[in-house]
Write a protein that binds this ligand. Structure first.
Ligand SMILES: Cc1ncc(COP(=O)(O)O)c(C=O)c1O
Length: 392
């Protein structure tokens, strides 16, 4: 099919929930994507932080194909090796104790919220179910995670929402104290706010929140749906902050492009979600888990150090271009935000770049770059050249 035919068919038969860029993608190699007509696009998005191994990765495709031929699915009423091995790897590499596998980020966060509320219910009974989240956060699109999201714009249309969320300003202990109370069971946060604009939390603030949570027996819940699986240059962003959260959610990059997510919990929370309290049909799918194992094998410590180096290179080079529309960059590893100066429109900038062969994202008030973690220097340089040509 041509790009136009794909677009027409999509408009006719798929709900219009997404504002799409006018490009159809057919295939990819490394960090370069191609439309059906063969036009190339350097990818600074990785499908919103998903395709960490890029496109056409042989080991990943082989593992998926081998596992699909062997066993494509079996329910969680039985045991499978790929899921058990992936859970083991995640725990051994992070210090967490156990994993629950799900399918998407919002769903993982639902599990994390359920765990926090049940931990508190089991220990203290009813009335201690409130979770403090941060203003400008993003936690998902389910009825509950929309409410966990600390942005008023998401609290619309779908009433009634789930009760039991209060919001505090990021990096302010005073604001957290103002939201505190006897009814609180947990604090939930992204360590780098992603959709909100690529805003890393302060190290000292995160350390202080962890201490406060321990003192008050609140669970610390880290939403690592976007920051997890190597994106920031460590396997998980909490390792940048030298803390071990009670529960961590992950999704996006975990299986390199197949739908998989989950939560990891520490020893204290191991038995909270006992038999019959939580489940999902597709969770721990063996094909997704086999793909996840290839991701873990690829993301060695040396590879992750390289992710940090690539992030630094890209940020330095973008700032060195000194483009009239861009201000400072910020972020961690290959999760990069770029300030858009007053008088310029981030969506127009994104559209122009895409037209010229560079896929980028927007977030909060600026641009957001989430390239595949395997991106090469040549591909980064090609992307930078398109930026210069388009916006210089
Ligand atoms: C931090 C964070 N949490 C949750 C979600 C929701 O994930 P999903 O779209 O897979 O449900 C996202 C998606 O962008 C996210 O960035």
């Amino acid at each position: 099919m041509t790009s136009q035919q794909i677009k027409d068919l999509t408009h006719q038969y798929i709900m219009t929930t997404y504002g799409r860029f006018p490009v159809a993608i057919d295939h990819g190699q490394g960090a370069t994507l191609y439309d059906p007509e063969g036009n190339a696009y350097i990818d600074f998005t990785s499908g919103i932080g998903v395709t960490d191994l890029g496109y056409g990765n042989q080991a990943w495709a082989d593992a998926i194909s081998a596992q699909a031929k062997k066993l494509g699915h079996v329910s969680n009423l039985f045991y499978t090796e790929p899921a058990a091995r992936l859970a083991e790897t995640l725990c051994k590499r992070t210090g967490e104790s156990c994993v629950f596998f799900a399918n998407g980020g919002g769903e993982a966060n639902e599990g994390m919220i359920k765990l926090a509320r049940k931990y508190s219910f089991d220990k203290y009974g009813k009335g201690r179910a409130t979770i403090i989240t941060l203003n400008n956060s993003f936690h998902g699109r389910t009825i509950t995670t929309l409410m966990a999201t600390g942005q008023e714009v998401f609290h619309n249309y779908f009433f009634p929402f789930t009760e039991g969320f209060r919001y505090a300003d990021a990096n302010s202990l005073e604001s957290l104290e103002a939201a505190a109370g006897d009814d609180v069971c947990a604090v939930m946060m992204e360590l780098v706010q992603g959709e909100g604009g690529v805003l890393p939390l302060d190290y000292e603030y995160v350390q202080a929140v962890k201490k406060l949570c321990e003192e008050r027996d609140w669970l610390l819940l880290a939403d690592e749906v976007q920051t997890g699986v190597g994106r920031t240059g460590k396997l998980f962003a909490f390792q940048q902050y030298d803390i071990l959260p009670d529960v961590v959610s992950f999704a996006k990059g975990i299986a390199g492009g197949l739908p998989m997510s989950g939560i990891m919990a520490n020893e204290k929370c191991r038995n909270v979600l006992g038999p019959g309290t939580h489940a999902t049909t597709f969770g721990a799918n063996p094909v997704c888990a086999a793909a996840g194992l290839v991701v873990q094998e690829t993301l060695t410590d040396a590879f992750l150090e390289d992710v940090q180096a690539k992030g630094t290179y890209l940020r330095n080079q973008i700032e060195a271009l000194d483009l009239p529309c861009f201000g400072k960059t910020r972020g961690m590893g290959l999760m990069i935000g770029i300030e858009v100066k007053d008088g310029y429109n981030k969506s127009e900038i994104a559209n122009k770049l895409i037209e010229n062969g560079l896929l980028v994202l927007t977030a909060g008030p600026g641009m957001r770059l989430l390239p595949p973690l395997v991106i090469t220097k040549e591909e980064m340089d090609q992307g930078l050249a398109i930026m210069k040509k388009t916006l210089g």
